[in-house]
Design a protein around this ligand. Structure first.
Ligand code: HEC
Ligand code: HEC
Length: 198
């Protein structure tokens, strides 16, 4: 369902991607394990999800960060985006979250992650993001890996989807969910997810 004409060129080459990814390392970490929560971890993320985000930033479909839009503009071709994506997908996520995890909040977040919230009509995250946020499969990369991601970054994205400052989700899938989440639920699920390391 995903492989439209525009995406159907050569697969990404992680060796070619490594050199280009030097441009990204200052913020995202040279191995995709950024040490700062304002920069998402890219290690282990699906190549084609990374490609989609780069294209969305380039075209203004994802407009929730000007710095990253400027960086995406420097990625010259679809093939370059795929090469960079392939490099980061191959990197292993570091085994520790940078922020401490509150066990109680993480337990509440886990419940929301697996069961959703029937009272407010929130569908369990697991249905799209897979067990422990590890995603489903590389060929269904519309659903990103979110396990092990920085807490603050997760909360920012949920708020951005809720306020529509990030509106690049296919069919408004995330907006639909984020609009029904309370701030407390966002915090709880971010504690759970940031602790889901490989
Ligand atoms: C100057 C810092 C900076 C540099 C350099 C940078 N980025 Fe980013 N990037 C960001 C920030 C900040 C965000 C988060 C934006 C937000 O808050 O939504 C981001 C987000 C992303 C995302 C979205 C991740 C996700 O999980 O949705 C991708 C993909 C990405 N960057 C790829 C790259 C690539 C590839 C490069 C190198 C060509 C790069 N970035 C260079 C700052 C940077
Ligand atoms: C119906 C499917 C679906 C469900 C259910 C769902 N998501 Fe998502 N989510 C998506 C899609 C699709 C994207 C990617 C949007 C894009 O292409 O930019 C996404 C993106 C995200 C992102 C941004 C990831 C990044 O790297 O920037 C976060 C965080 C997230 N979801 C958290 C959640 C949480 C928490 C829940 C449960 C409360 C949830 N999602 C439930 C489909 C879903």
């Amino acid at each position: 369902m995903l492989v439209s004409g525009a995406y159907a060129s050569k697969p990404g080459d992680p060796v070619a991607g490594e050199m280009q990814a030097g441009l990204c390392g200052g913020c995202h970490g040279f191995d995709g394990n950024s040490p700062d929560a304002s920069f998402p971890r890219l290690a282990g993320q699906y190549e084609m999800y990374i490609v989609k985000q780069l294209r969305d930033f380039q075209k203004g479909h994802r407009a929730n960060n000007d710095t990253m839009a400027g960086m995406a503009a420097m990625v010259a071709s679809l093939q370059d985006a795929k090469d960079i994506g392939a490099f980061f997908e191959k990197q292993k996520m570091a085994k520790k979250p940078i922020a401490t995890v509150d066990k109680k909040l993480a337990a509440q977040g886990k419940k929301l992650y697996y069961n959703g919230n029937p009272k407010t009509g929130v569908y369990g995250c697991v249905n799209c993001h897979g067990d422990r946020g590890m995603g489903k499969a590389a060929n269904i990369s519309i659903f990103p890996r979110i396990g092990g991601q920085h807490r603050a970054y997760i909360v920012k994205q949920l708020k951005d989807f809720k306020s529509s400052s990030r509106a690049n989700d296919p069919a408004g899938m995330m907006a639909d969910i984020a609009k029904k989440l309370s701030e407390k639920e966002m915090t709880a699920v971010s504690h759970y997810l940031s602790a889901q390391l490989p």
